[in-house]
Design a protein around this ligand. Structure first.
Ligand code: SF4
Ligand code: SF4
Length: 237
């Protein structure tokens, strides 16, 4: 069977393609067919997130993916390619820093197992970068804080160990929660099944409770100002 990896064609035994993960096939190509092929991998069991790539345009973990004849394997999008399937992931730290997605002021509250459970899912992020690769907003605005940093910000806003949620809510306003189109691409590619879109909506709710509003929506005075142009007369005359 034929595979296209970074625009190069490789012929691989049918049984191998059916049996082995993409990561095993990449390792086979590297050791037996083409030692110039570069890719990243770590745990080989879906825990470290380092082998994220795209298959036929969709973000996947190579260690958890099986291929079919003619599949096209490419590096993640919206980043700089270092070589072949290896991309620059140095912007991760910057996005997390911009979102202030870390513990800043430790509270003295008692933490129950239920409190911990509330932030479990977001804590499962393996920093694979698949969500950034799939995000149409990050594609056009590299200042966008982006999916995993926002979901991580929500994790710390909900973390009872954190005493300063206000700075986190402040931090996600510019190039953050209101810029997201809620398209859900990030949810669809997240190997940890984190509901990133919902976390962003929850951050919007928290922001509204703290007095912020969507800067993309103009002010609305409840219909009392009849000079506003609604395209029709709301009072019927
Ligand atoms: S839902 Fe928002 S953060 Fe997720 S991919 Fe779409 S625009 Fe990006
Ligand atoms: S949120 Fe999901 S897709 Fe994004 S980096 Fe974390 S694990 Fe990967």
């Amino acid at each position: 069977m034929k595979l296209i990896i970074c625009n190069k064609e490789y012929i691989i035994d049918d049984n191998k393609i059916k049996r082995d993960s993409l990561l095993s096939i990449l390792t086979y190509i590297k050791t037996k067919l083409d030692n110039t092929l570069s890719f990243r991998s770590g745990c080989r069991s879906g825990v470290c997130g380092s082998c994220a790539i795209r298959v036929n345009g969709v973000e996947k973990l190579a260690c958890k993916t099986h291929l079919e004849d003619g599949d096209i394997v490419e590096p993640l999008k919206n980043t700089t390619i270092i070589k072949d399937l290896v991309v620059d992931i140095s912007s991760q730290a910057l996005c997390i820093k911009k979102a202030k997605a870390n513990l800043e002021e430790k509270s003295n509250q008692t933490i129950t197992s239920l409190d911990q459970k509330n932030i479990d899912l977001q804590s499962n992020c393996i920093l694979c970068n698949s969500c950034y690769s799939s995000c149409p907003v990050f594609e056009v605005n590299k200042d966008f804080i982006g999916p995993f940093a926002l979901t991580r910000a929500y994790r710390y806003v909900n973390d009872k160990k954190e005493d300063n949620t206000q700075t986190k809510i402040d931090a996600v306003q510019k190039d953050g929660i209101w810029d997201c189109t809620l398209c859900g691409n990030c949810n669809m590619v997240c190997p940890e099944r984190i509901d990133i879109k919902n976390d962003i909506m929850m951050l919007r709710n928290k922001s509204a409770q703290m007095g912020y509003s969507d800067p993309n929506i103009g002010s609305f005075d409840g219909g009392f100002n009849t000079n506003m142009d609604f395209g029709f007369n709301p009072n019927g005359f």
